[in-house]
Design a binder for this molecule. Sequence first.
Ligand SMILES: *Cc1c(COP(=O)(O)O)cnc(C)c1O
Length: 355
Amino acid sequence: MSEIKIVRNTAPKQKPDENNLVFGKYFTDHMFEMDWNQQQGWHDARIVPYGPLELSPACTCLHYGQETFEGMKAYRNPHGEIYLFRPMENFKRLNRSNERLCIPQIDEEFALKALLELIKMDKDWVPHTEGTSLYIRPFVIGTEPSLGAHSSSEYKFLIIMCPVGAYYATGLNPVSIFVENEYVRAVRGGMGFAKTGGNYAASLKAQDVAAEEGFSQVLWLDGVERKYIEEVGAMNVFFVLGDEVVTPALQGSILPGITRKSVIELLSSWGYKVSERRLSVDELLEAYKKGNFTEMFGSGTAAVISPVGLLRYKDIDMKLSDGKIGELSQRLYDELTGIQWGKCPDPFGWTMKVE
Ligand SMILES: *Cc1c(COP(=O)(O)O)cnc(C)c1O
């Protein structure tokens, strides 16, 4: 399969105000779509006007949650050129999620080619304002019209895109995080490492409770002993403990973030001691008491680096970096966003030119 059919949108929308972009609300004029069935495999690759899908109310994804997704961004550099950040990592991860969810593999090179074409068609939607970008959401859904509880015999792969603003309207502000010790998000052997809607459905309850108490996110503990740190909402987490930077090891229940991977590679290149290992809440509390736990931040495509100013476990408040942005958080944020927006050199070859 190599041809991508193109149906142009004859009624392009007015673009939203770049200074007031709400995350995930305004979609570009086109989307990519292709279908899978047993006879033809992936077929009918097409770029079509963005719009509603026609699906059977019985289709698998609606009842049994058979879906996977990705999240990535396209950025404009100071010359107005458009770049992606490590896009093949996203398509490789999509296939690892697909494997877990019994969804057929996608040709990663072809998916990238489709994405590049889609961005070129909607290039005027990549915003120019400082701090903005084009958020890209590839996803796959099971579409077999059947209530049989088995993997679907039909699928759709789509890519939709939306211009998004700076994640922090008021700058890089530290967030407050609540250590969740009742609900769990994922267990080893489950789907924690896959980017799939079900993981988010499982986390809404705790998220709502924490929000009521004024916390922006919850920090998940392992699903078995509720003792070891896993990750936050849609971000991986890092802790500065003395001269060591620690992030939980990937053991199947944590999403292997591409920002996480980039942070580890950057820190190592700067000569930091970075450990991917098990980290218990008790160890954190101990380190905090000794004054050895000084900084914490989250990493993810949406916010890039999200400094944490307050971490609450039961009734213990750990205040970090004086409620300000930690030194390392700031340095990582500047370096990563510098590479993404083409303001700094890209020694790792992470960016890819779209046009
Ligand atoms: C997407 C996601 C992340 C961050 O991954 P990035 O590739 O860095 O954007 C972390 N945790 C969860 C649960 C996620 O879904």
